[in-house]
Design a protein around this ligand. Structure first.
Ligand SMILES: Cc1cc2nc3c(=O)[nH]c(=O)nc-3n(C[C@H](O)[C@H](O)[C@H](O)COP(=O)(O)OP(=O)(O)OC[C@H]3O[C@@H](n4cnc5c(N)ncnc54)[C@H](O)[C@@H]3O)c2cc1C
Length: 486
């Protein structure tokens, strides 16, 4: 029996008679702990993966300690709060506060898949979601103009690009082929490069000329959800995560940056900015960029299967820019404008959420984010405005919100690359990589060291909250299996 199948069965077996662990935290599981275990499981990182892993273990009666380097929960699920304006040094804020009357997200903002794990959890919390594409459609930058999808479909080159994207999950080519090369090989012409980059580069954490085509296709072929996208109509997503995993919250040690993990002895020694803790097992959930940078040292050193896998998984620069306008000039029913060079993905953030439909939330990953990261906030915004001005007759600059006091530009930027605890956006497969790299990255080392986090998802949902949640569940079940092993 395959190892993961076995773990799944053990997981479901343990939960027999109960709701599944990730569905059970709103009520007590029963009079006593499900597992008798005196040990403590350390969890490094309090993002989606760490919180769910902790919640499952707590629900089974296992004690956990969560070590979180920052002063907040949620990791890359990060909602903008007005109070952050004065305290958060990693976000570029203007003098004026954001005026949008709906939550703004600096990290994950789309709930992907109407049947995905993240959507399931949000629904359980009775948080209303908006299916923003139900009454809207994407628009595309093509040859210096912007076209609705319906109009773009009259263009054969666009149709070819769309067909390539839709059939991409079955792509297989030379080991080092990038997504862009795969598109060119399939006859997609260069004038569609920006669109391919939005669909299959930026969406998956980098640029189409950097992502390995085989591994991405292999991963996408695993996806089981329907790919529909939603936004939360009223609630910040960070709050959803925290409310759902509230019982993990009291186990978190904030401002506790783990520096080393020694798992060679009978116990695991975790050295961090606040001293040393001894635990029995540990789940590492930090971003793969943190592992690759060697910010946490392991003793004994990690096996080569893991370091090799890491060398084939990248994590590139990533930036979220939120622009507010005095009026909507890009179409109240435009879901997202794709194919831009400066901004590969301008999401119309207000659809179904507010009458004030004038906010664009721009996600920039990979090569372009790397370039923009070296500029000032004003310079970044001017580049985005000039890209939009070219297709909307100067209306972006004309309508961008400015501070009434000094006429300065009003915007919000979170440059994830500069966040020392994240160091980029999301993991992506490098050329030469394979989906099995994620399996290797996530595999336990012995019975004490376990791994979770979006980069370890091998079910095609890496780079998403659902992928992170699924990895947290898998790692928690592996820990349970190790605890129960004779
Ligand atoms: C700009 C952007 C847009 C995105 N958009 C979407 C989207 O629309 N939909 C979607 O589903 N997903 C999206 N994602 C991806 C999603 O946010 C992540 O996949 C998911 O949140 C990752 O969760 P995680 O638990 O694996 O890692 P994280 O959330 O990164 O959690 C890891 C935690 O580890 C902590 N940490 C780091 N180093 C240490 C250390 N040494 N010691 C202790 N703690 C440490 C960090 O502070 C962090 O809290 C987006 C991400 C970004 C950056």
């Amino acid at each position: 029996m395959k190892r993961r199948t076995a773990i799944k069965q053990i997981g479901f077996g343990l939960s027999a008679g109960l709701a599944l662990p990730w569905l059970s935290s709103c009520k007590e599981d029963g009079p006593g702990p499900e597992i008798k275990y005196d040990g403590v499981v350390g969890i490094i990182g309090a993002g989606a993966a760490g919180l769910l892993a902790a919640d499952i273990l707590i629900s089974k009666g296992v004690k956990v300690k969560i070590f979180e380097a920052s002063n907040r929960l949620g990791g890359r699920v990060c909602s903008l709060r007005r109070s952050d304006v004065s305290t958060e040094s990693l976000i570029v804020f203007p003098a004026a506060l954001p005026y949008s009357d709906f939550p703004l997200e600096l990290g994950a903002d789309r709930v992907i898949g109407s049947d995905s794990r993240w959507k399931e959890i949000i629904e359980l919390m009775k948080v209303p979601l908006v299916d923003f594409r139900a009454s809207s459609e994407d628009a595309f930058f093509i040859d210096g103009n912007v076209f609705s999808e319906a109009d773009a479909l009259f263009d054969n080159d666009f149709l070819n690009a769309k067909n390539f994207r839709e059939g991409f999950a079955s792509f297989s080519g030379g080991a080092n082929t990038t997504v862009l090369q795969a598109a060119q090989g399939a006859g997609v012409v260069a004038r569609m490069n920006g669109i391919i980059n939005s669909w299959l580069g930026n969406t998956y954490g980098s640029s189409a000329n950097r992502i390995g085509a085989n591994a991405l296709a292999e991963a996408l072929a695993q996806v089981t959800h329907d790919g529909k996208e939603f936004t939360s109509s009223t609630n910040p997503l960070q709050d959803v995560l925290l409310s759902r995993y509230v019982r993990a919250v009291s186990s978190v040690q904030y401002n506790t940056k783990v520096q080393s993990v020694n798992y060679g002895g009978e116990k695991v020694e975790i050295t961090h900015s606040g001293g040393t803790d001894t635990v029995d097992k540990v789940i590492v959930t930090v971003p793969v960029s943190i592992l690759k940078a060697g910010d946490i040292s392991f003793s004994p050193a990690l096996p080569t299967s893991k370091t090799g896998a890491m060398s084939r998984i990248g994590m590139d620069a990533s930036m979220r820019v939120i622009l507010e306008f005095k009026r909507n000039f890009y179409g109240e029913a435009t879901a997202a404008i794709l194919g831009g060079v400066q901004g590969p993905d301008y999401l119309n953030n207000a659809i179904g959420r507010s009458e004030l439909n004038r906010t664009l939330s721009i996600t920039i990953n990979g090569e372009k984010a790397e370039q923009l990261s070296g500029l000032t906030g004003d310079q970044v915004v001017l580049q985005l405005l000039s890209e939009m001005d070219a297709v909307f007759d100067g209306k972006a600059t004309e309508n961008i919100r400015r501070d009434t006091a000094d006429n300065s530009l009003v915007y919000t930027i979170k440059d994830w690359t500069k966040d020392p605890l994240i160091k980029g956006g999301v993991s992506y497969p490098l050329p030469g990589g394979a989906n099995s790299d994620r399996t290797d990255l996530g595999a336990p080392v012995g019975d004490k060291l376990f791994f979770a986090g979006e980069a370890t998802d091998d079910t095609g949902e890496f780079g998403t909250v659902s992928g992170a949640l699924k990895s947290g569940e898998r790692a928690a079940m592996e820990v349970v299996e190790a605890i129960l092993a004779p």
